[in-house]
Design a protein around this ligand. Structure first.
Ligand SMILES: [Zn+2]
Length: 153
């Protein structure tokens, strides 16, 4: 599946990833995150797909639809894009948060809660990777939790 400037292909992070086939500039719109709008939080279950994202308080998008190429974008603890909800367009967009050269994988912060993070291991490979998919503001709290709950040897 392709779209101008983008392609999905196997990723070192997980499954299929979203890759740039052209460069994107800081602040540039990469592509919209399409899907079904949901007004209540999804249940946190291991079987829960990672395509249901809170795009603003009280509003989730279930991106598991064929047209949503953005669903291939993996989470990273040091992402090069971010998901931003555009109120005027009533549309969520992946926006470049730095220059993204052609060939690079496009990643963003899934923004998961602490409860959700427990079911989702992160394989982003960044030096600051916390090992779980969790919203960046929650990382210090999760890091403390993981440190204190680790069994002693
Ligand atoms: Zn990570």
């Amino acid at each position: 599946m392709t779209r101008s400037g983008l392609e999905s292909k196997p990723s070192p992070i997980a499954g299929l990833g979203l890759f740039a086939t052209q460069s994107f500039n800081l602040g540039q719109k990469i592509l919209p995150y399409l899907g079904k709008v949901i007004h209540s939080p999804p249940p946190s279950k291991p079987s829960q797909p990672t395509f249901i994202l809170e795009i603003k308080p009280g509003l989730w998008i279930d991106g598991l639809i064929e047209e949503n190429l953005a669903r291939f974008a993996n989470h990273s603890c040091a992402p090069n894009a971010e998901l931003i909800f555009n109120e005027e367009e009533n549309q969520a967009w992946l926006i470049a948060r730095q220059t993204i050269p052609a060939g690079e994988e496009i990643t963003f912060d899934y923004g998961f809660s602490l409860a959700e993070s427990l079911f989702h291991t992160c394989h982003c490979g960044q030096t600051n990777c916390i090992g779980k998919i969790v919203a960046s503001p929650l990382r210090p709290a999760l890091r403390r939790h993981l440190r204190f709950s680790r069994p002693r040897d």
